[in-house]
Every structure is written in C-alpha cells, then in structure tokens.
Design a protein. Structure first.
Length: 689
C-alpha cells in the first residue's frame, strides 16, 4: 500500500430494519466513507448475504435529500415548508411547549414510534425513560404484529418457535402468509436447501407471490380464512389418524374441545369458505400428516384481519397435534422474540419505575386517526395536544389515513418528528429533528426470526448535525430539568445494563453477535411457557372477517372485491421509498387485479383506476395479473403519499377496526370497488347546457 493510500477498516454492525432476518453486517469504511456493506459470512442466519435494500444502505446515509439540520415549520401543516434553526433554539422551544402541556396534564402528550429501527437503544430506551418520567400517555404498539403475538402468547405462553437454521433439514415446509423471497430472504435460503434435498414446499397466500412461484404447491385462499383452513386440516388429521396421541395427551391442553370443533370443518365446508378446492385441502393435510419432520413458517400477513389472533392460535396448534415438535427441523416459527427474555432486561432499559406509581392512559397506535380527532371527555381523558414521532411514519402507514392526515393537520397539535427524510409525517411537523442512521450510532439488537443477540457499532461520524435518538432524548430531558442519573447514561452504559448474565458486551464487540443457549428441539418434551406447561387449545376458533361476502353481504354488494396491501418487494413498509434506485425498480403505485375482474370492469393493464370504499378513494395504475386471485385485488405498498397520483396511498381505504386478539389493525380485512379512473371522472363531471 502506498503512503498516500487511505487505510480501510471493517466495522461489525447489524441491520436495523423491521425484518425477521436481523442480519449481521460488515461495513468497510475509509476516510469516513462506506466502501462496501456485506453480510457477515460467519453469522449462521445471515451467511454472508444481504437483501437488495440493505446492500444499498449507503445510499440512505449519503442521500441528497437527507435531513441534516433541525427544521422549524414556517408554512401550513402538510406543505413541507421549513426553515433551518439551531439545536439550541429547537430544544428550548420544544421543552417549553411540552412543559406547558404537561403542567395541565402530561397525558395530553403522546409518543408515537414503532420499528423504523428495531434497535433496543435507538428504539425504546432513553425515549421510554423520558416519557415515563414525563407521565405521558402510553402507546399500544400494535400496528404490525400484536394479533399474532397475542395468539402465540395464548397458545405457547410466549412468542416462541423453532431455530431458523433447522428449516434446512425439514422434509415438508408450509410457508403460510409470507412472501419470503421479499420479506424473509434468509429463511428462504434454508428452505431452498431443504428443497434441493427433496423437501416439498407449500405456499398459502391469497396472492401468487414470487415465493409461491418457487414452491411445489400454492393454495390461494381468500383473505381472512386461514383459521377455517387450519381447522379443516385438523379434521383430516383426526379422521385419518395422523395424530401423535401421546404428545397430545402429555402436552396439549383443551384437546377434546378443539377436536369437536375441528370435526365440524370437513374439507368441503372449508373449501367453500376459503375459496379453494376440497381436494387441495386433503392433499395438504395428507402431506402434513404423513411427513416428518414437517415445519411451518408462519408470517404476519395472515393475522391482519378480524380473526387474525385466533388464526395464529389454530396454525400454532398443528405441530402439537402431529408431534412435529419432537424434531429439531419440525414445529413452527412466527416469532422468536420471547426467547430473548433470557438475554435482555427491558425494565433496565426503559425504567418504568420512573412513572412513580402513576398509571397514564394507553392509546392504540392503530387508531391514531380517531385518537387525534377525539375531544377530551370521560373515558378518554385530555385531548391529545402534542405528538412526538420517532421510528415511524404514521401519516403513510396507519389505517384510514384520511383521518390520520386530518389529525396531524390540526393547528392546535404540536408535533415533533425525529427523522432522516421529509416523510409524509415530517411534512406535518412543527419541528423536524435530524436523526442518525444505523451506520452512525451504537445499538443493540435481538430478532424475531432467529435466536442471536447482535451489536451494531458505529462506522461513520454523524452527517451534518444529526444526533442519535438517545442523544436527542437526553438533551430534551436536560432541558426539562430531569436530573435522575439514568438520563446521563451513555449508549454503551445502557447496553451493558440491558444484558443479562450469559451475554457479554465485550464478546459482542469482538464477534458482533452471540447465540442464545437454547435446546435444538425446544418443545420435544413439551415445556411450553404457559402456566400448565402445555400448548393451550382452549377457546381457539375460526373468527370471520368484518368485511366479506359471507359476514357483510350488503357491504359486499357495493364493494365486492377484497383488497390486501402487502409491501412492495423493494420497500420495507414505508422505508426505502425515497431511495431512487429502489423506487425505479418498483416503478409506481400499482393495483394487481385478476383478468376476470378487470374484464368485468372494462379495465386494461396500465390504465389509471379508482379504488374506493366508504372510507376513501385512491387512484393508481392497474396491473392485470394472475398474481391476484379472482375477487381479490392487491394494492402493493407502502408508498409515501406524496408519490401517489392524488397525494394519497392505499391506506385511504383501510379501516381502524381491530382484531379479535391483540388490538391490532385489520389492514387485509377491506372490501373495495374498482373502476376505470376515466369513467369516474366522466361520472362526476358537471352537466353542460
């Protein structure tokens, strides 16, 4: 190397995004610039590979539109008109405004955050301490996974599942409610290993996704009918004797009730409800009941309907009935999050003791549209006067966005947004504070798709005047006069406080990650985390949608098409939408519609269409495709509203009704009608003399 060459160094990091893979990264930098970003080849779940999105992460860090200085609104809310201000001015004014509101009632202040980063430090550590000390309203963080989490909690006693790597040894894999190629890439590589070794792959999904294309069989059921399918599979397991009676007797509670319920669901009945062939149900049941080891990779798409929590319960019981849990490569995985109670002390991070006996109200993030438009009153408490948003973009991602926009447009609502870019939500802020990206701060990570703890070490200096979330909330705490020693804790100090014995910070610094010490077949001998130690089947049942031809026939007469809105392949929720290279791959907002449904409405591919229901209207281009099954349209998301034809996105149409368990949103429980946009314009045009 010449004397003028700049030395390169490799920093160990972790992907921060809302994905079950939680990849270990190696970031090569020189002269404070990224040379390359790679997956860690030594980390078993990552095995050296990163998705297209994260491999281009440097484009986010150096993006020309990145927010690099504190910004104060100078135009109408939603206009995106801001001026640069100093940190001192921004922090002083924010603290003063929050103090004035808190003096009346701190519950009028609401934090709003989710998984813009999955990091424990830049998520809910110093931020949680700040809001607990303040006495602000608590946020029920439900927008993605809480129905499924509640279903697993009720059945297994926690969010627990098999080890990711063991899917490679499965002889049958059922991929249920997941486009794994797009949203769970590293699981897919293990599934491919199993496939090459002779395993059969089934995909259960209303959409013929890229993953369905690569599986042996695809079952395109109607949205929200997964619980009926699971009960029918149980019917076949019972009637054909494909049960592990000993495992059921020793390790399943409530089996007699569930058995009677399942016997009411022969394939013919489920076929009618699910919109599939009875013989296909029989084939799937036969494969599942007669193959060992058999594994299910369940994902969160199927729980975004009214009966989502119960559907997860029923699917989670299937491996208990066949004894699939006896094998390391058998069982099920939806989430592994609860395994990390062995590693992470969340109370040490979040300090709920700072509430000092107060019990603030809890508001649901999935009904933020209603919450922001509600007046003070009995049973609700004070009107929301301030919202502090971090790690989220609610104006784009929350359901029934017409109401969300109305709420954030309130002139009497004080809004602070910590962000990298001017998102739809940032456009409605009073202050936008520049936050660091993953390459610029320290963070600690667990995963919901594998069983490793990871440390992300900063590889770059913060760009511009960006500060980490933890630094911003430390500074706000100081301005508010919070003098408890915990508000001076550094990020490293908080990481050390969070780690339970057995996980060493120094080991994470050296290697980047550490595997949890867990059995290879965690429930081979039962030992579920329920009070009885058994999988709990009591009360699990099929719950129909709010909106379907069966449950709401009058509504279906007006809005006959079921709409689901899974993420576009190259976005992650609303993240990466502004990365030009990824947006150019996706093209523009689209609605997939089956040729039969398109023909009935006179719609051709590439035509602008209007998608509408009683909640709102959304215009986008139609893609006539058999990826959508008849009677179902697919609104790929989540595009920022500002990239939409009319400044809207697909969440104009979704509703704020909640699931049976977990208080979660019902994004995929949504009836709509579709028409050619030209016809809609003609119908609404004024008559001429």
């Amino acid at each position: 190397m010449s004397s003028t060459a700049i030395a390169e160094r490799v920093v160990r990091g972790a992907c921060p995004h809302d994905c079950p893979d939680t990849c270990a990264m190696r970031v090569t930098v020189a002269d404070d610039r990224v040379i390359r970003i790679q997956g860690d080849p030594d980390h078993p779940p990552t095995h050296g590979a990163l998705c297209t999105k994260v491999s281009r992460y440097a484009e986010r860090v150096e993006h020309p539109e990145r927010v690099l200085h504190p910004m104060k609104r100078v135009g109408p809310k939603g206009s995106g008109q801001f001026e640069r201000v100093s940190w001192d001015e921004a922090l002083s004014d924010i603290a003063q405004r929050l103090q004035a509101i808190a003096a009346r009632d701190p519950q009028a202040i609401l934090p709003y955050s989710y998984a813009g980063t999955m990091g424990l430090l830049q998520g809910e550590s110093m931020a949680a301490r700040f809001f607990h000390k303040l006495g602000a309203s608590l946020l029920d963080r439900t927008i993605c996974a809480s129905a499924g989490a509640a279903g697993l909690q009720a059945t297994y006693g926690g969010k627990l599942g098999m080890h990711l790597e063991h899917f490679a040894g499965s002889r049958l894999i059922v991929i249920w409610g997941s486009n794994s190629i797009a949203s769970n890439l590293h699981f897919w590589t293990f599934a491919q290993q199993a496939k090459r070794a002779g395993a059969k792959l089934w995909c259960i999904d209303p959409r013929r996704s890229e993953t369905a294309d690569k599986c042996h069989r695809h079952l395109a059921l109607k949205p929200g009918t997964d619980g009926a399918l699971a009960l029918s599979l149980m019917h076949e397991l019972i009637t054909h004797g494909w049960l592990d009676a000993a495992y059921i007797d020793q390790h399943v509670e409530g089996w007699p009730e569930l058995r009677e319920r399942a016997l009411q669901w022969p394939p013919e009945r489920a076929a009618q409800v699910c919109g599939v062939a009875a013989e296909d149900i029989r084939e799937l049941a036969r494969d599942y009941g007669s193959t060992q080891p058999a594994a299910i990779r369940l994902n969160y798409g199927m729980q975004r309907v009214r009966g989502g929590g119960n559907a997860v319960r029923l699917v989670a019981l299937l491996p208990c009935l066949t004894g699939a849990w006896r094998h390391p490569s058998g069982g099920m995985l939806l989430s592994a999050s609860s395994w990390f109670v062995r590693a992470i002390d969340h109370a040490a991070l979040q300090r709920p003791d700072l509430l000092a006996g107060r019990r603030p109200r809890t508001l649901n993030m999935s009904t933020i549209g209603d919450e922001l438009l509600r007046e003070a009153g009995p049973g609700f408490g004070p009107k929301v006067e301030a919202v502090v948003v971090y790690n989220s973009n609610p104006v784009a991602v929350a359901p029934e966005s017409r109401k969300v926009v109305q709420g954030f447009a309130r002139e009497d609502l004080f809004t602070v947004v910590l962000e990298h870019f001017m998102t739809d939500t940032a456009d409605h802020a009073d202050y936008v504070l520049p936050a660091t990206t993953q390459l610029e701060h320290l963070d600690l990570h667990t995963s919901y798709g594998h069983t490793y703890v990871l440390l992300n070490q900063p590889s770059l200096t913060p760009r511009g005047e960006a500060r980490s979330n933890t630094d911003i909330f430390r500074a706000l705490a100081a301005r508010m006069g919070f003098d408890e020693p915990c508000f001076a804790d550094s990020d490293e100090a908080m990481a050390r406080q969070a780690l339970k014995p057995g996980i060493r910070f120094e080991a994470l610094q050296q290697h980047g990650w550490q595997k949890l010490p867990l059995p290879e077949a965690p429930f081979a001998e039962g030992g579920f985390h329920t009070p009885s130690g058994k999988a709990d089947a009591r009360g699990a049942d099929f719950v129909p949608n709010y909106e379907s031809a069966d449950s709401a026939p009058a509504l279906a007469q007006t809005y006959p098409l079921a709409m689901i809105s899974p993420p576009a392949r190259h976005f992650l929720n609303s993240t990466f939408v502004n990365v030009k290279s990824l947006r150019s791959i996706e093209g523009e907002p689209l609605l997939e519609i089956h040729p039969d449904d398109a023909r009935l409405r006179g719609i051709t591919g590439g035509q602008l269409v209007r998608v509408f229901n009683g909640r709102g209207s959304y215009r986008c281009k139609a893609e006539v495709s058999t990826r959508a099954r008849p009677g179902v349209v697919v609104g790929l998301g989540i595009w920022w509203r500002k990239f939409g034809v009319d400044g809207t996105n697909v969440n104009e149409l979704t509703g704020q009704q909640l699931t049976d368990l977990g208080r979660a949103p019902t994004f995929y429980d949504c009836l709509v009608q579709v028409e050619a946009a030209e016809a809609a314009a003609t119908a609404s045009a004024p008559a001429t003399a």
